[in-house]
Design a protein around this ligand. Structure first.
Ligand code: COA
Length: 713
């Protein structure tokens, strides 16, 4: 669904008003008005306050209705909560397109009803609401600073969308110190109407914005955000910081899948799926934004490390692995390029070690060579302060190289040392060089640039044909309907099998026998060995009831097992209604995996993959994706788990049937997405055989949403 809103006049209002503008300098209504005036805003400004005639020489109106201007595009509301509804009514009557409600005291303190009443009124009259509970909006395009934050925002090309007000205000100050210019900063607060996805859509198309930073606490309309983020990251880099890591308990604990991971793991994986750079700290996010806003993009994957110390070079190589920066490894070419500037006891392999005796001129020569070599796409320049190096000369060399080449290829720098080095870093940063005291900090910036580089590359690649699996939804829904009519929210094994078959999953052969003869006939048609399990909705834990028999080799064993199962279950649960005994193929050993799917509170249908047993339960080695995905994305989620090499085959084992896993992932996803009554699905285990020998969904659990007002049965 494309719900694009025209936000042009929010970012470039022709005229603006402040309801609750005050002459008292300590009030928010004063500060906000002052900021608008101080920002160089060229449009008309109307303070609204019935008790005051003028504020700092600007005439005041008693109400919006009194203002004779039909181009008031943005009204900031800074009056106590109880008056906000009427203020929005004034906006509606004036046909104002945007109201920025600074006021707190709505859904964030439990007053949801009043917030909804205001939004309903606004919607009815075409007024779009920013907030409530926000610090406002700054837009360099107008320019307008309709916030009560610092008056002096540095204009530039980074846009910030923030859910936290206080942090947002602090970011205005911090970005200035970090020399990061802003094209906009918008506070979304309670997101009663406009949310981050709406703003993102505008900012992606805004030529003045090169990088977008989002601070998110909670996601409301996740599937829409995913769709917009997907498109946004293919145009410009998006950096996200997310706090408020949800409690694990918030997840539907109903199924095993639900208990595996909290919402935060899902958030991280979904952000990666969207091509977003998720930062762990605010500092990291600001470092990335600054670098992405100033640096040229890489044109290829090959980075080179130039260092005067082996240790720091190794640290950088580690960081490259963590942030997925690829080190150029054509040793012959590296030798050719760097031999002339590297002493015999140095190394021309990457990291290129020009050794501790390197002076400024060796650094300059090595960097010049890196920039001149077409095969090198990015440069990581490192150094440890030595007793012999002339820091001042080095500083001048680095400045010269950056001035000559800094706009051609990305370069990050990290130097480590005492006072002189630290002071040098400070000066070079002020001069605009991406230089950091910590190697990881430097490499992480390059990693962020590579995420964007790969997003652009993917966007240009011809999309693989989308070939959604065909599943028999009417047959599946018929089973679901039967279960519902039976008053249950879980499917019995044979019902889940029926669903699995209709979804095209590869299952072990099986059937339900109602008597001894049928059991033998079934076993013979399936082929020995077989397994047998009691079928009864009154017996959930079948093994405990003695209702399971494995590895039955022949007719006689089937007959004995049938009698034994019936006998055990009657003793264990005398009142249980027993429908029969399921006879199934004894599944051969293979690699056990798990596929789960459920509706996430934030992102809608989400699919999970992991290797079975300890990999999932102890190591939490799983990956998530928001639905829908294609085969390529299913492959990416399989590759993402740490135990992926086990599927490739280790210690002489064959590669496993990964295509079969992909197929199952897509079918399980289509099943969940196609059946709104289903809340959770878990295929556990999906046994994967060697390539070409397929997979088998041995067990499948399906849960339904309880009828309204009830909990899971
Ligand atoms: N139309 C025009 N002016 C009005 C009005 C109306 N309907 N109702 C009140 N006013 C005037 C008041 O008379 C007052 O003017 P004055 O200073 O000349 O007396 C001014 O508007 C402000 O009202 P006041 O009652 O003094 O409120 P306040 O300034 O103490 O607080 C808020 C108002 C919005 C700041 C406060 O309610 C609030 O929500 N604070 C939290 C804001 C916040 O933190 N937001 C999130 C940030 S991230």
């Amino acid at each position: 669904m494309n719900r694009e809103v025209d936000l042009r006049y929010l970012f470039r209002p022709r005229a603006t008003a402040v309801i609750g503008a005050s002459a008292h300098p300590d009030k928010i209504g004063y500060k906000l008005l002052h900021n608008i005036r101080a920002s160089g805003y060229a449009g008309r400004i109307y303070p609204i306050n019935p008790k005051v005639k003028e504020i700092d020489g600007l005439p005041c109106h008693a109400s919006l209705a009194e203002v004779d201007d039909h181009e008031i595009d943005l009204v900031s509301i800074v009056i106590p909560a109880k008056g906000v509804y009427d203020a929005v009514r004034e906006c509606a009557e004036k046909k104002t397109p945007f109201a920025s409600i600074i006021t707190s005291g709505f859904s964030e303190v439990g007053n949801l009803a009043e917030e909804q009443r205001i939004v309903a009124l606004a919607r009815e009259h075409g007024v779009r609401i920013l907030g409530p509970n926000i610090f406002g909006i700054y837009s360099a395009a107008a320019p307008i600073n309709a916030t009560f934050g610092p008056p002096d925002v540095k204009a530039g090309n980074v846009a910030i969308i923030t859910q936290s007000g206080a942090l947002g205000i602090a970011m205005i100050g911090k970005t200035k110190i970090e020399n990061i210019g802003l094209s906009a900063i918008v506070s979304v607060g309670n997101k009663s109407d406009l949310d981050e996805a709406d703003l993102l859509q505008y900012l992606v198309a805004d030529d003045a914005t090169k990088v977008i930073l989002m601070y998110i606490e909670g996601v409301k309309d996740g599937d829409r955000l995913v769709e917009i983020l997907h498109r946004a990251t293919r145009v410009k880099p998006v950096v996200v910081i997310k706090s408020g890591r949800s409690k694990r308990g918030a997840m539907a604990a109903a199924s095993h899948t639900g208990s595996l991971a909290g919402a935060d793991e899902i958030f991280s994986d979904v952000m990666r799926q969207c091509g977003v750079n998720r930062a762990e700290t605010i500092q990291e996010a600001l470092d990335w934004c600054k670098f992405l806003s100033c640096s040229p993009a890489p044109h290829g994957e090959n980075a080179v490390i130039v260092t005067n110390g082996g240790g720091i070079g190794v640290l950088a190589a580690d960081a490259c692995e963590k942030f997925q920066v690829n080190l150029y490894d054509d040793t012959e070419t590296l030798k050719e390029i760097f031999r002339p500037v590297t002493p015999e006891f140095g190394s021309t392999k990457n990291p290129v070690d020009i050794t501790g005796q390197a002076q400024a001129k060796e650094y300059e020569a090595a960097l010049e060579a890196s920039f001149a070599t077409e095969a090198i796409d990015a440069v990581i320049c490192l150094g440890c302060e030595t007793a012999t190096i002339d820091v001042d000369l080095l500083e001048q060399s680095l400045l010269r190289v950056h001035a000559r080449h800094g706009d051609k290829k990305p370069i990050v720098l990290s130097f480590f040392g005492g006072e002189k080095t630290e002071a040098g870093i400070g000066r070079l940063r002020t001069a605009g060089l991406p230089i950091y005291a910590d190697v990881y900090q430097a490499v992480s910036c390059l990693g962020a640039a590579y995420v964007h580089y790969r997003n652009l590359k993917n966007a240009m690649a011809t999309p693989a044909p989308v070939d959604p699996p065909v599943i028999d939804l009417p047959a599946i829904n018929a089973v679901v309907e039967r279960v519902r009519n039976d008053g249950r929210t879980f499917l019995l094994a044979h019902e889940a099998q029926e669903v699995a078959r209709a979804a095209g999953l590869l299952m072990p052969k099986s059937g339900v026998a109602r008597n001894l003869d049928e059991a033998v006939r079934l076993a013979e048609s399936i082929g020995y060995p077989v397994v047998m399990k009691v079928v009864s909705k009154d017996i959930i834990h079948k093994s405990d009831a003695g209702g399971v028999a494995l590895d039955l080799e022949d007719r006689a064993e089937v007959l004995d097992a049938y009698e034994a199962i019936m006998h055990n279950c009657r003793i264990h649960a005398p009142r249980a209604r027993i429908e029969g005994v399921e006879v199934g193929e004894m599944v051969k050993k293979g690699t056990e995996t798990i596929i789960g799917a459920r509706r996430d509170a934030s992102f809608g249908p989400v699919i999970m993959f992991g290797l079975g047993g300890i990999y999932v339960e102890v190591m939490k080695d799983i990956s998530f994706r928001a639905w829908p995905i294609d085969r390529g994305e299913a492959m990416a989620m399989i590759k993402e788990i740490r135990s992926y090499p086990l599927l490739l085959g280790v210690r002489g084992e064959e590669r496993k049937d990964i295509d079969g896993v992909i197929d199952t992932i897509l079918r399980v996803g289509a099943l969940l997405a196609g059946c709104p009554a289903v809340s959770d699905i878990e295929v556990n285990p999906l046994v994967v055989y060697d390539q070409g020998h397929g997979v088998k969904a041995v067990d499948m659990r399906i849960l339904l949403y309880p009828p309204k007002g009830a909990s899971h049965a």
